[in-house]
Write a protein of this length. Structure first.
Length: 365
């Protein structure tokens, strides 16, 4: 798990490793290491190697070795060539790593050796443009990278676009295909449906929607349906999207309502079948392990968990309380005063600004 340390406005230590107890679902902390603002962590397919994006002005990727006893250690660090990287992704063959530099509007590509070590930064592609929202879309803001066998799709929240490059031409600033999404929707994430080739889903953060997309040709995305991400009132900034292993359900976190919404995606239009309160503020990310969902509540300094019924997709009951630990990892036993600060993503971040100046916790599957 990653969390913002005090020097970047949070209450965490950086990277924390936990062991999951299979019988109870409880998380037991095994070790931690300091790292500036690791807002996204990505396992290499051959553990114990982990990559972490340091969401700071001079963005970096940290390479972390996790010992057999669960103790993490920073062993290498590379510049992303941009500001505030917020996402990392591996190519299908695990020989390339990509970083989305949110504030500087660029995407970096790194070559990896067979053992997962970074050998060089091979490209930095810079986006141009803006969107209709003057606070959030004043410039390009790549938010997520989706590598495939021959293409690399980049979701740009600032320009309402999905820009797709051929895998061998990311050094060019001109994408192979540009798919334009509804104005002002602010796309944050893109997930292809493994059960239905040619179908994908996008999280529209600024319009608070889940988009169902068709992909008739690799990298060409067309909107076929758009549904609200939450049925609760008030402002909503949906964040993390994960599909069930059987392709029947989509799980989406909502910041504002502070819920996890569940959608049936077996038809052309996603249908919400449940929405569950987390009792912790700003669920920025979550991960599903077996039948348990673990949500990282950024403003709640907590990891909350509940069980999922694999047949209905619904929440069955709350998992046992997580063991007491550092406040960035588990809910404190002594409540903090009410947090009156705004959600960090509502505040535009100039290139020279410090990353989200609030406590945060994020996790990776």
């Amino acid at each position: 798990m990653g969390s913002y340390p005090p020097e970047t406005g949070g209450h965490g230590t950086g990277i924390t490793v936990c062991r999951r107890e299979a019988a109870t679902g409880a998380l037991v902390e095994t070790g931690s290491c300091a790292l500036p603002a690791p807002s996204w962590v990505q396992w290499h397919p051959s553990p114990p190697l982990v990559y972490a994006a340091s969401e700071i002005d001079h963005g970096a990727v940290g390479v972390i070795d996790v010992a057999p006893n669960g103790t993490p250690r920073l062993i290498d660090q590379w510049s992303t060539g941009g500001a505030n990287p917020c996402h990392l992704a591996l190519s299908p063959d695990a020989r390339a790593l990509f970083a989305a530099n949110y504030s500087s509007g660029s995407v970096a590509a790194f070559a990896l050796s067979k053992d997962g070590s970074i050998t060089q930064r091979v490209a930095v592609s810079r986006h141009r443009g803006s969107g209709s929202n003057p606070q959030r879309q004043e410039a390009p803001h790549p938010h997520l990278v989706v590598p495939a066998r021959s293409t690399v799709a980049v979701v740009d929240l600032g320009t309402d676009e999905i820009r797709t490059y051929r895998s061998d031409e990311l050094s060019s600033d001109t994408p192979h295909v540009t798919s334009t999404l509804p104005a002002g929707c602010g796309p944050r994430q893109l997930v292809r449906d493994p059960a239905r080739p040619g179908v994908a889903y996008a999280v529209a953060e600024l319009s608070g929607q889940l988009l169902r997309l068709d992909e008739p040709e690799p990298g060409t995305f067309l909107v076929r349906a758009a549904v609200p991400a939450s049925q609760r009132g008030g402002e909503n900034l949906p964040a993390q999207l994960t599909l069930s292993g059987d392709g029947r359900f989509a799980y989406l976190s909502n910041r504002g309502p502070d819920t996890i919404a569940v959608f049936d995606i077996t038809t052309a239009t996603p249908t919400m079948v449940g929405e569950y309160a987390l009792d912790a503020a700003c669920p920025r990310h979550f991960a599903i392990a077996d039948s348990a969902l673990y949500a990282a509540a950024q403003l709640g300094d907590a990891i909350t968990a509940f069980d999922i019924d694999p047949v209905t997709g619904a929440r069955t009951h709350r998992a046992p309380p997580l063991p007491r630990g550092d406040t960035h990892l588990h809910r404190p036993t002594t409540p903090r005063p009410p947090d009156t600060r705004s959600y960090p993503c509502l505040t535009p971040r100039p290139q020279t600004a410090r990353p989200r100046n609030v406590p945060t916790t994020s996790s990776s599957s």
